[in-house]
Design a protein around this ligand. Sequence first.
Ligand SMILES: [Zn+2]
Length: 148
Amino acid sequence: MAKQYLVITGIPPYDGEYPIDDSGFTQKEYHFIKTVSGVRAGELQEAIQAGDVAVGVALTAITLERNGKVPMLSLLWEAKEECITVVAKCAQCGHNNELTEAGVIPESCESCGAKLEGQEEDPDRPLATQTSGGPESGPGASASESAS
Ligand SMILES: [Zn+2]
C-alpha cells in the first residue's frame, strides 16, 4: 500500500515530507476546512476532486498541524501551487509519485513500475470492457448468403 505524503518545497519553515493521516477528520478540522474554504463536510470529496485551492490550503494546514507544525495560513496562501504536492510513496523503491489532478494515486510507480496499491475507490473502467464488434458471428457467417 502506497502511503501518501504531503511534500512541501519552497516554503522554508515547512519544507519536508509529512505523512498524511487518512483516517478522517475531527469535527474541529471539518469546521476549520469550512472556515477557510466555505466547503462543508459533505461537499469535501467533490471539492478535492475539483482541485479547490482553498480546500487544499486547509488540508495542508491540517496535515502540518498533525505533524507538530504551527501552520500559518498566510504563508500557505502565498505559496505557489507547485510548492505543495501530494505524493504516493512507492513501497518498493521509495519514489514519490505525484497524484493526478483529481487526487488519484497512479496505478504504478513511475520509477520502478511496482503497483501502487491502496486506491480506496477503484473507478470502474467502462472503456476497457467493451470492444467494438457485435455478436459472436464468426468470419464468414454471412458470406454464404451473398455468395451465388
Ligand atoms: Zn517504485
